[in-house]
Design a protein around this ligand. Structure first.
Ligand SMILES: C[S@@+](CC[C@H](N)C(=O)[O-])C[C@H]1O[C@@H](n2cnc3c(N)ncnc32)[C@H](O)[C@@H]1O
Length: 274
């Protein structure tokens, strides 16, 4: 299937490498100030920024949330195993670097389905000697493959930190993202954690949300995005106990003193314990 044939909404398979269609991973890389993006990704991101300039802050705040969440998980929560699904193009503060700075023995399995991320995966395989990292080229919807392959590095009888940061809004309702998350969390034991962020309907002014959703519908982007309500995002944590401060915009999750980068993001986030 070529990217032109990928359906505009729902059910799209893994993206093929294509520099004529914007990719989520490469647009995010552009918003973070990276160089692994093409003109089509930059143009699409700039259209989004015209509608809502805070999308650039949103990307930075999301990445910063990932860092704080992993520091919490490796530090206070004492986790030593990480399953990072929707890894993105490697950039500063990849999950294994953050976790292994606290606990060098941490084992981290990365998962993404974008060939661009696969092409850069070597940068994720730079583990400490005491720990280990692995990369799985798979679609989040294929939980069987992910769990089977992750089980080669991770011990599923011990707690695992599952991170689904800024990925679930790329899974349409038709693919039942809540059931997908439940399948992953069913496979890990008590004491495991789920950390996620997700585009939130309530976090944009209503007229801006309408424009953003309209843009998503009209765009030739590999993935379509679903803005979900706070309640729909909370439902991913069914059966888990949220740690403080609960479900909040990413910039409000345990902010660290001295952060000069301020703004209002469009992403809900939370961390919960099984
Ligand atoms: C916005 S990036 C987030 C990167 C990183 N988690 C972060 O928050 O900094 C989202 C990533 O999810 C990946 N992704 C989207 N849908 C996916 C799916 N169904 N299976 C696997 N990866 C997916 C994209 O390819 C992209 O690299």
């Amino acid at each position: 299937m070529t990217s032109d044939e990928i359906p505009a909404t729902g059910g799209a398979g893994p993206p093929e490498f294509d520099t004529s269609v914007a990719h989520q991973a490469r647009m995010y890389d552009y918003l973070l100030g990276g160089k692994d993006n093409y003109a089509v990704d930059r143009a699409q991101a700039e259209i989004g920024l015209k509608i809502y300039p805070e999308f650039a802050f949103t990307a930075r705040a999301n990445r910063a949330f990932l860092g704080r969440a992993v520091r919490f998980l490796a530090g206070q929560a004492g986790l030593r195993q990480f399953l990072d699904i929707g890894t993105g193009i490697p950039t500063a503060g990849n999950t294994h670097q953050v976790a292994q700075a606290i606990a060098p023995e941490s084992r981290v399995v990365y998962v993404d389905y974008d060939p661009v991320v696969l092409a850069h995966a070597r940068a994720l395989l730079t583990s400490t000697d005491a720990g280990a990292t692995a990369y799985i080229d798979a679609d989040l919807r294929d939980t069987g493959t992910i769990l089977e392959q992750a089980g080669r590095l991770l011990d599923f009888t011990q707690p695992v930190a599952v991170t689904l940061v800024a990925i679930l809004h790329a899974i349409p309702d038709a693919d039942d993202p809540h059931a997908i998350v439940a399948r992953v969390m069913d496979a890990v034991p008590s004491g495991s954690y789920l950390a996620l962020s997700h585009l939130g309907r309530e976090l944009l002014p209503p007229e801006t949300l309408r424009q953003a959703e309209d843009l998503v519908r009209r765009s030739a982007v590999q993935q379509q995005f679903a803005y979900r309500s706070r309640d729909e995002v909370a439902r991913f944590f069914t059966g888990l106990d949220l740690v403080e401060p609960g479900l909040v915009p990413v910039e409000d999750w345990r902010p660290e003193p001295g952060t000069a980068d301020t703004g209002k993001s469009t992403l809900w986030c939370a961390v919960g314990r099984k």
